[in-house]
Design a protein around this ligand. Structure first.
Ligand code: CP
Length: 300
């Protein structure tokens, strides 16, 4: 267990998840569990504002951050680049500098990895990646919390992701491996991660799922992907659909995960999405609890 003194040395930004050590992830998951039990237990943002910049649509990330900041005594401020001077060419450096004079932290969802890097480079308050082309680390904190709830701990558990090697798959590999999870990523040729990031890469979904404690999938066409590739993607990714038959190959008490939004019949069957083995709706709720623990850690 970490002490408050040790936490004070934590890097301020949360861009990929590599900023957290295994001890820090363990601390964060324990704190998230406490905050789930008692949602108003933290006043770490009392009287402060958190800017949340959304370049792309969101349901879970927006709601969980907005409600979470409010529960911590703070005010969330939703900003859309189209309504900011960014849309007229203002430099991210200048936006970072100005926002840092007003708010306690800045969240950014963007389709431009460089924008995230530039914001973090020039902001003097913590910057949190709320989804970028390469990473979705906040999602994985919630995923780990869901695994902890199901199995008591995350270290030593096996999580298999089946499908497109996208930002969620990369973050599961990066953050999951740091947390001591045996992460396996199964993707078809042409859709695999270019690096393993600490995970084991598979081309065969059945082999990857064997004995897994959690089986996870995500959309086949992510925000920013070329819509005209949808039918080609569906054809390549169909053997990786998370359905009962595939889930039966996992451990007897395996759970099904999906970061949502879901497309039943594509990457997941309706039976799994709403079935007895899903923990998907807990996972969606856990976004708030995990992010509150993260915010507390970053602004303290
Ligand atoms: N999982 C996730 O990030 O959901 P939203 O796109 O709705 O925020």
């Amino acid at each position: 267990m970490l002490t408050a003194h040790r936490l004070s040395r934590l890097p301020r930004h949360f861009l990929t998840g590599e900023e957290l050590s295994r001890d820090e992830i363990e601390y964060l998951l324990n704190r998230a569990t406490e905050l789930k039990r008692d949602p108003h237990a933290s006043r770490a943002l009392a009287g402060q504002t958190v800017a949340l910049i959304f370049e792309h649509p969101s349901t879970r990330t927006r709601v969980s951050f907005e409600v979470g900041v409010f529960e911590m005594g703070g005010q969330p401020m939703i900003l859309r680049p189209g309504e900011m001077q960014i849309s007229r060419g203002e430099a991210i450096r200048d936006v970072a500098t100005v926002l840092s004079r007003h708010v306690a932290a800045i969240g950014l969802r963007t389709g431009d990895e460089q924008m995230l890097q530039d914001l973090a480079r020039y902001a003097t308050v913590p910057v949190i990646n709320m989804l970028s082309p390469l990473h979705h680390p906040c999602q994985v904190l919630a995923d780990l919390l869901t695994i902890k709830e199901a199995f008591g701990e995350v270290s030593g558990r096996c999580l298999t992701y089946v499908g497109d090697g996208n930002n969620v798959a990369r973050s599961l590999a990066v953050v999951g491996a740091r947390a001591g999870v045996d992460v396996r990523i199964a993707s078809p040729d042409g859709y695999a991660l270019q690096e393993d990031h600490g995970a084991t890469l598979f081309a065969d979904p059945v082999a990857a799922v064997a004995g897994a404690d959690a089986v996870y999938t995500d959309v086949w066409l992510s925000m920013g992907d070329d819509e005209s590739t949808a039918s080609r993607r569906r054809e390549a990714l169909s053997p990786f659909r998370l359905d009962d038959e595939l889930l039966d190959r996992a451990a007897p008490n395996a759970i099904a995960l999906h970061c949502l939004p879901a497309h039943p019949g594509d990457e997941i069957s309706e039976e799994v999405l709403y079935g007895r083995r899903e923990r998907i709706w807990d996972q969606a709720e856990n976004r708030r609890h995990a992010q509150k623990a993260l915010l507390e850690l970053l602004v303290s």
